[in-house]
Design a protein around this ligand. Structure first.
Ligand code: A4P
Ligand code: MG
Length: 178
């Protein structure tokens, strides 16, 4: 018998800093929909300074949310497929330039800590490039580990995490259903 999961909401973070960044983000969102996540809310588009390894091009970041019955492991597999299809070099060092990065930020009702998957995403609550887009689609959603809403976490970000995070396109740059 195949395992039937109830549909629940997933929140994803997307980033690109190589090639045609907008096209990579649009392709990734299309592929998430095709893969079984009914994306119905997408943030504005933000230009963000590179975090972690600073000697690399600036990123475009966005956040998205949708309903899915896919198990968490299948969502991760879908994300990795999308990254591979965009030509991401998985041997490149951590935090360096990539055509697309798809991170699972939150899954409604689930906390996961396995070798391959940690949800909520471990550093999301400290990062302006994650939280500022995520507020657009999840302001009132609780972060289970931090016991604060995404809006509260974003409001508490230090200036160093806000500086240089600039909205470049309002929501609507990706025509999400819903
Ligand atoms: N993994 C575990 N949990 C998750 C999750 N919740 N979502 C595992 C996705 N993946 C998860 O990730 C490495 C492994 O993490 C995966 O194989 C998966 O099994 P990766 O995406 O292959 O490598 P990475 O992205 O280089 O490392 P990491 O630690 O995930 O980095 P981040 O946190 O994704 O940061 N600066 C700006 N401005 N904007 C960005 O988008 N992104 C990064 C990457 C660095 N600097 C950035 C940005
Ligand atoms: Mg990642």
């Amino acid at each position: 018998m195949t395992e039937e999961l109830l549909s629940r909401r997933v929140y994803l973070g997307l980033g690109s800093n190589l090639g045609n960044r907008v096209a990579r983000l649009v392709d990734a969102l299309d592929a998430l929909v095709a893969g079984g996540i009914q994306i119905d809310a997408v943030s504005a588009l933000y230009e963000t300074p590179p975090w972690g390894v600073t000697e690399q091009p600036s990123f475009l970041n966005a956040a998205a949310s949708g309903e899915t019955a896919l198990p968490a492991a299948a969502i991760l597999e879908l994300a990795k497929h999308i990254e591979a299809d965009a030509g991401r070099d998985f041997d490149a060092p951590r935090w360096t330039a990539r055509p697309i990065d798809v991170d699972i930020l939150l899954i409604e009702g689930e906390t996961i800590a396995t070798e391959t998957l940690t949800v909520p995403h471990p550093l999301m609550h400290e990062r302006g490039f994650v939280l500022i887009p995520l507020v657009d689609v999840a302001a009132n959603v609780d972060h289970p580990g931090q016991r604060q809403t995404i809006g509260q976490l974003a409001g508490a970000l230090p200036d160093s995490e806000r500086t240089g995070v600039v909205e470049v396109e309002p929501a609507g740059w990706y025509p999400a259903a819903g």
